[in-house]
Design a protein around this ligand. Structure first.
Ligand SMILES: C[S@@+](CC[C@H](N)C(=O)[O-])C[C@H]1O[C@@H](n2cnc3c(N)ncnc32)[C@H](O)[C@@H]1O
Length: 544
């Protein structure tokens, strides 16, 4: 394990500093306190590129999704507009374009270069990138000792040396292989909420953040930049830790994922093999939920799975990574095949559902996809009921901080679906004919939705998304931009003076007694009622 001295690379006014750590090499520390949701620091990338599978769906410079146009020379980079193309040309693409057209005649092969090889080509062509990588940990010796892993590294290094037009001598390849190890050990997957992983991001100071399965910070992306955002309260001097892998995966899966980084995590979740409810119960963020969809914070502290050995045994038996589900989902497109997959996966975890252990991975992933499937089928009421279950019974326990980006995605998903069901309810109200057969789940949901002031519910959920989104002096994460647009549309609706006045009062002072009672009635009670119907939907359509 690495043990280099701390390095004073930042000014005394920096909110973070790098210190040496007895067992983790170097570590990132806060020099002042940060409340949850606060942006600790934004970071501009040293290295940023799309993954090979996203090359034609995101801009190679800003990584914005769309229909970017391929570079007319190499056809191996694509840009959303001439400004991005010009910026990329100046900073990097001029050399890359020239090298790729010279060394690889087939433009399709240029576009198929694996992401790490492509990243390495950029590092070989630009001194600034190579210099930025110089001090990073790559665990080169450990990787060399593992024959197969090292062979892959060497092959990619050899390809990058050849395609960059640089030397392919033994020393060149060795240097490139070491750089590749550093890239692999220190880069982030650049995530897009709609498309998933779209790129690779590396910044040397941000790369100093170590891992914990109970992290106090998370990385979010805005365009080319990354934001380090506090998730739990951070005190001056605290180490800032992020998660390198899915923290709700079972311990063996987390160990397997972290093995690539050559360390064994010693956090409390790993040491005592705590389940998701036990971690939530001790989270310093629990009290922040008093104005969330789960305001009764005793539900976190006293969840039965924190003490019941029967429930713990069921969790141990059924907790599994969701990887195989996302891979299978990505490989099929037909809704009927997807439904079949989800039905089979849900049925396998029936024991978790029966014990109300909704937050145990992979159940939340299955429910999220079931809601998406209903949404694709334009069955917005069913999609909403299941999304409410995710937002109240899965997300809060998996991510006890209401500022967590996945909590925000869940809230926005509910708000978005309510905007759809509100429109449907309005059109049904104007027609005298009942839409669904009496006594069916469809009718029960329709009646519930008629009882709810869906416009106010949607508006309040969107206000919550914005309240919990990181504040970036105007630059907002994509989700916040979408939430604001939808909110603006709602606030233009006429004839809602009484509702607007109550909502404004709640927005100004959410903790007053009157506001809390209003929030409880207009939001919490309604979302809970829909979540109960969500369980019925699952029982009827997905239990076999
Ligand atoms: C992205 S770097 C983080 C910065 C690193 N500590 C350094 O000094 O360069 C990842 C490496 O940090 C170390 N590391 C990260 N989290 C750790 C943890 N929880 N325990 C031990 N080592 C850790 C491992 O060596 C890992 O490969």
């Amino acid at each position: 394990m690495l043990s280099s001295p701390s390095k004073p690379i930042m000014s005394s006014s920096s909110p973070i500093e790098i210190r040496s750590h007895p067992s983790k090499g170097r570590a990132l520390h806060a020099t002042k306190p940060f409340p949850p949701g606060a942006v600790i620091l934004p970071f501009t990338p040293l290295l940023l590129l799309p993954t090979v599978s996203s090359l034609t769906s995101v801009c190679s410079h800003c990584l914005r999704p769309g229909n970017p146009r391929l570079c007319s020379r190499c056809h191996a980079a694509a840009y959303c507009d001439s400004a991005c193309q010009a910026a990329a040309w100046k900073t990097l693409h001029s050399r890359e374009c020239k090298a790729l057209t010279k060394t690889l005649a087939d433009e399709r092969r240029r576009r198929m270069l694996p992401t790490p090889t492509r990243a390495l080509i950029q590092a070989l062509l630009w001194r600034e990138i190579a210099d930025g990588l110089a001090d990073l940990e790559g665990h080169v010796l450990e990787k060399k000792a593992e024959g197969d892993e090292w062979k892959d590294v060497e092959m990619m290094a050899m390809a990058a040396c050849a395609f960059s037009g640089k030397g392919t001598g033994e020393q060149d390849v060795r240097r490139a292989a070491e750089m590749l190890c550093k890239i692999q050990n220190n880069s982030f997957q650049r995530f897009d909420p709609d498309l998933g992983v779209v790129g690779l991001f590396l910044e040397p100071t941000l790369a100093m953040a170590n891992h914990s399965c109970i992290p106090n910070a998370a990385v979010q992306f805005i365009g080319r930049n990354a934001l380090l955002v506090a998730e739990n309260p951070i005190r001056a001097g605290d180490e800032i830790e992020i998660a390198y892998t899915f923290v709700t995966d079972p311990l063996p899966k987390r160990r397997e994922a972290l093995a690539h980084y050559k360390f064994t995590c010693q956090c409390l979740r790993c040491r005592d093999n705590l389940n998701v409810y036990q971690v939530a119960a001790i989270s310093p963020c629990v009290n922040l939920n008093s104005q969330s969809l789960v305001p009764d914070v005793s539900r976190f502290r006293k969840h039965p799975a924190t003490s019941s050995t029967t429930k713990q045994a069921i969790i141990n038996r059924y907790n599994d990574s969701a990887d195989h589900i996302s891979n299978a989902w990505a490989a099929i497109e037909s809704p009927s095949e997807r439904r079949k997959l989800l039905k089979s996966e849900y049925s396998k975890r029936k024991a978790l559902a029966e014990e109300e252990l909704w937050a145990v991975t992979p159940l939340p992933d299955i429910l999220f996809r079931i809601s998406m499937l209903y949404s694709e089928e334009e069955d917005y009421a069913f999609a909403l009921a299941v999304a409410c279950l995710v937002a109240t019974a899965c997300d809060p326990y998996q991510y006890p901080s209401p500022y967590h980006p996945i909590r925000l995605v869940g809230l926005f998903m509910v708000a978005n679906l309510v905007s759809q069901t509100a429109a449907a309810t309005a059109s049904q109200t104007s027609s005298a004919v009942p839409v669904f057969t009496k006594g069916t789940l469809e009718q029960e949901l329709e009646e519930k939705l008629r009882e709810i002031d869906q416009v106010s519910l949607c508006q309040m959920l969107l206000i919550m998304v914005l309240r919990y989104s990181p504040d970036r002096n105007g630059a907002e994460i994509g989700l916040a931009v979408k939430a604001r647009e939808l909110l603006d549309d709602i606030e233009k609706l006429a004839g809602r003076e009484k509702e607007m006045s109550l909502i404004d009062e709640w927005r100004r002072d959410p903790s007053s007694e009157k506001s809390q009672a209003f929030f409880e009635f207009a939001v919490v009670k309604q979302v809970d009622a829909l979540a109960i119907l969500g369980k019925e939907v699952l029982k009827r359509d997905f239990e076999s």
